[in-house]
Design a protein around this ligand. Sequence first.
Ligand SMILES: Cc1ncc(COP(=O)(O)O)c(C=O)c1O
Length: 373
Amino acid sequence: MRIETVAVHAAFSVDPSTGAVAPPIHLSTTFGRDEAGLPLAGHTYVRESNPTQDLLEEALARLEGGEAALVFGSGMAAGLAVAQALPPGSHVVLPEDVYYAYRVAAREFFPAWGLTVSFAALDEPGALAGALRPETRLVWLESPSNPLLRITDLAASAEVARSAGALVLVDSTFATPILQRPLEMGADVVLHATTKGMGGHSDVQGGALVFARKDGLFERVRHVRTILGGVASPFGSWLVLRGLRTLAVRVRFQSESAFAIASALALHPAVSRVNYPGLPGHPGHETARRQMSAFGSMISFHVRAGREAAIEAVGRTRLFTRATSLGGVESLVEHRATSEGVASTAPGDLVRLSIGLEHPDDLLADLGQALGT
Ligand SMILES: Cc1ncc(COP(=O)(O)O)c(C=O)c1O
């Protein structure tokens, strides 16, 4: 079955008891037991499992081609649950351009969890091999990366990591399973901030991990979630389920628009560089063509006249909404260094765009007037 069909049907079955076509939301926090004390239907307490979370996990596992999934209250909670499941003394390799809050977490929290960390330009050949140590247990990849849209060769990196005995996690939030399926390229775990494209309407926060195998790693991460409590709420899970049903059509439309907008921006005199993996001049273009079916809804670009000019251009947008986040139906624009704050390593001249469902001509007209044409 094609991914578009899976996205619609993965969480869809007519409820035989009511005939309902849309899935129900089970808000119950606790679940009944029989006379012998056994759970009546497998669930005991919402922090462990819940029928609405189960439905979302099944859908995500199918979409990514994994054996099992776990959903969390945010993308941060999801990703960091994997780090928390590692034995103390483990070394973790992270990409230089990892989503900034993971960088903050690695610096501020990993030491207390007994983890050491190295950052490397994992989009460059040879960088991963140079960063590995005998105690490396996890290689964390993010492709395309946030905010520089760097592309990492997932299959090649997974092979290098595997030969060193390290697990591979891929943050595939920018791609969604519609455009990229990291488990097929050798990853052990795929991470998504479901807050983004999967939710798709800027109204739910969530995170997800999809595991290639339902093995010891899955069990340890599930234990972290149950005890530390970062689980997705039933209502949040339901909103993501709702988003999944239109994910494919949104992502394809957004990717087409983003390609048109990135191509036009690349010719704009006020723009010195556009970071979009669909552009032939992007250093990761060939790799992106191999491992993605289209190039996604995210673009970043550098304003030639520098930081102040970038901030002013963002301030002049009228149709784009000035806000952080991504993957929603409305297009967003931000001066990335300002959004990330003091921990930011984003260049001062960088503007980040999340392309929504408006007509690309209208979005381009807005960018044109903001940049001065
Ligand atoms: C690539 C990426 N991964 C993870 C996250 C974290 O997700 P959340 O904000 O739901 O914790 C984000 C948030 O922007 C992100 O862009």
